[in-house]
Design a protein around this ligand. Structure first.
Ligand code: SF4
Length: 306
């Protein structure tokens, strides 16, 4: 039997809940984002490009049904998985009229292999009727609401051009949790002008919220983003692999032990990535993180202040 990991990992959580391996299928539903279409802003977040942090499958003409079929086939072959979570990842997946959202969610839930929904969106994009819709699904199956926070510091969010503040995120999490929804917070390590103190404060903030889990990202530079321009001008330097491993271990130590870690580092599209190249070798980064926990003799929650 494999040794227990020093953090609450997603695969183990899903195995406990469903009794078998469950894989997420990443979907692009052809939606947009209020931080791109002008409702909140037009430039998007500093690190994002016109692909909206997504797969680009929709603009390539792949319907949701085709994306589901391809994902189930590929992940079934690779992992032997027979159950799946439909993950609406690209852009803001609660940003459309209610009827359209319901059609999209229902279309993937029609697949009998789908045991849950994961909806990625912004904290300022959660009208009551959408929360009601998601809460209805959550009474019968797994539903995760994945909300971008990135940092618990308003100055950083302004620098990133996020178009919302920390208070907006707090309110969104509390409203969703009050409806019984499991919320996953996205955070980024390596943000401009953030170091260990800011990251520790973000972990402490997350620990005080009614969250189900956390998804960690490395800040990386993609083509045609605002960050690419800063990077080219020498105004942003990416984290080194050593630095990321250290900061990630610090961050996880400060999270409460009950939070499920949905992701430990980023998974960029190789053809879009400008820097840092080391992040493409995800398994090496994850291995180094395990080594760092072993070297420290610590685990998730050891430095939680709750
Ligand atoms: S909210 Fe998401 S999709 Fe919209 S600009 Fe920011 S990263 Fe891109």
């Amino acid at each position: 039997m494999a040794a227990a990991l020093p953090y609450r990992d997603l695969n183990s959580y899903l195995r406990q809940r469903f009794g078998e391996r469950v894989q997420k299928i990443t979907l692009d539903a052809g939606l947009t984002c209020p931080n791109r279409d002008g409702r909140v802003g037009t430039g998007g977040c500093l690190y994002c490009n016109a692909r909206g942090s997504g797969t680009g499958a929709w603009v390539r003409g792949q319907s949701l049904a085709a994306q589901m079929a391809e994902g189930m086939s590929r992940l079934g072959r690779r992992y032997g998985a027979a159950k799946f979570i439909a993950y609406f990842q690209s852009f803001s997946n609660t940003y459309a009229p209610l009827a359209r959202l319901k059609d999209l969610y229902d279309a993937v839930l029609d697949f009998p292999q789908v045991v849950g929904l994961s909806i990625g969106t912004r904290p300022d994009c959660l009208p009551d009727e959408v929360l009601d819709l998601l809460a209805g699904y959550a009474r019968e199956r797994l539903v995760w609401l994945e909300l971008g926070l990135q940092s618990a510091h308003d100055a950083t969010l302004a620098r990133l051009n996020r178009g919302h503040d920390v208070a907006c995120f707090t309110a969104a999490v509390c409203r969703a949790a009050a409806q019984g929804l499991a919320v996953v917070a996205h955070v980024i390590l390596g943000l401009p002008e953030e170091g260990p103190e800011e990251i520790a404060a973000t972990a402490a903030y997350l620990g005080r919220l009614p969250l189900h889990g956390v998804k960690m990202h490395l800040l990386y530079v993609v083509k045609d983003s605002g960050l690419a321009r800063l990077h080219a001008a020498g105004e942003y330097a990416c984290l080194t692999e050593d630095r990321y491993v250290n900061l990630a271990a610090d961050f996880i130590e400060r999270l409460p032990p009950h939070l499920v870690i949905h992701r430990l580092t980023s998974d960029p599209h190789p053809e879009e990535l400008l820097a840092p190249a080391w992040c493409l070798d995800k398994s090496r980064v994850l291995g180094r993180l395990q080594e760092e926990f072993a070297r420290r003799g610590c685990r998730q929650g050891d430095r939680w202040d709750g």
